[in-house]
Design a protein around this ligand. Structure first.
Ligand code: GAR
Length: 204
C-alpha cells in the first residue's frame, strides 16, 4: 500500500458506513483518503454525504446499459478513473461482475450485515432474525465471484434481543459494522494486508 492509499467507495443507500469512513479519513493519521464515491442509483443520501464532504461522485445505473456486462465494464472504468488502491463496497446492493473483478479483485472489500458464512444475500438481518440465532453481526470480506463468500477480513458480533424487529437488529448491527469497517480499512491502509486462499492477514 502506498502512503495514504486511495479509496473509492460504492454505495446504494443511506451511506452511514461511508460517513464513518469520511469522518475517519478527515484525520490524516488514519492513513487513507476517500477519492471518489460511486453509486448504482441517483438521489441517495450516500451521494449527498460525499458531496457535502467535497468528494467527487459518479453513478452507473444497470438500466442505462444494454447488458449487465456492459454495466460492469462501465462501472469498472469509472472506478479506474480515480486510481484506487482499495475499493470499498459500503451498502452497495449490486454484485460486481467478471470485468470488475479482473481489474479490482483482491483489493475490493464488502461489508455484509451477518456473520458469514451464515445468511448471505440481500436480507442478512431478516434471515438471522427468522432463523432465531442469538448472535449475529457484520463481516468484512475480500470480494470474489460468489455472493458474500469472499475471504474474511474482520467480523463483529452483536446479540439478538427477544423483542428485536428487522429494523432494530439491523441498526444494532450497523453500529458495530461501522466501527469494524473503520478499524479494518484503517489497518489495511496503514499496515497492508495479504490474502492467502481464505486467510486474510493484516500487516502485510
Ligand atoms: C449495511 O448494513 C451493509 O452491510 C448492507 O447495507 C447496509 C448499508 O447501510 N449491505 C448489504 O446488505 C449488501 N448485501 P449504509 O448505507 O447506512 O452504510
Amino acid at each position: 500500500m502506498p502512503a495514504r492509499p486511495r479509496l473509492v467507495v460504492l454505495v446504494s443507500g443511506s451511506g452511514t458506513n461511508l460517513q464513518a469512513l469520511l469522518d475517519a479519513c478527515a484525520d490524516p493519521s488514519y492513513g487513507a483518503r476517500v477519492v471518489a464515491v460511486g453509486a448504482d442509483r441517483d438521489d441517495i443520501e450516500g451521494l449527498a454525504r460525499a458531496e457535502r464532504a467535497g468528494v467527487p461522485t459518479f453513478v452507473a445505473k444497470v438500466g442505462d446499459f444494454s447488458s449487465r456486462e456492459n454495466w460492469d465494464r462501465a462501472l469498472a472504468d469509472k472506478v479506474a478513473a480515480f486510481e484506487p488502491d482499495l475499493v470499498v463496497l459500503a451498502g452497495f446492493m449490486k454484485l460486481v461482475g467478471e470485468t470488475f473483478l479482473e481489474r479490482f479483485g483482491g483489493r475490493t472489500v464488502n461489508t455484509h450485515p451477518a456473520l458469514s458464512p451464515s445468511f448471505p444475500g440481500m436480507h442478512g438481518p431478516r434471515d438471522a432474525l427468522e432463523y432465531g440465532v442469538k448472535v449475529t453481526g457484520a463481516t468484512l470480506f475480500v470480494v470474489d465471484a460468489g455472493v458474500d463468500t469472499g475471504a474474511i477480513v474482520a467480523q463483529a458480533v452483536v446479540p439478538v434481543a427477544d423483542d428485536d424487529t428487522v429494523e432494530t437488529l439491523h441498526e444494532r448491527i450497523k453500529t458495530a459494522e461501522r466501527a469494524m469497517l473503520v478499524e479494518s480499512v484503517g489497518r489495511m491502509a496503514r499496515e497492508g494486508f495479504t490474502v492467502d486462499g481464505r486467510r486474510v492477514r493484516l500487516g502485510g
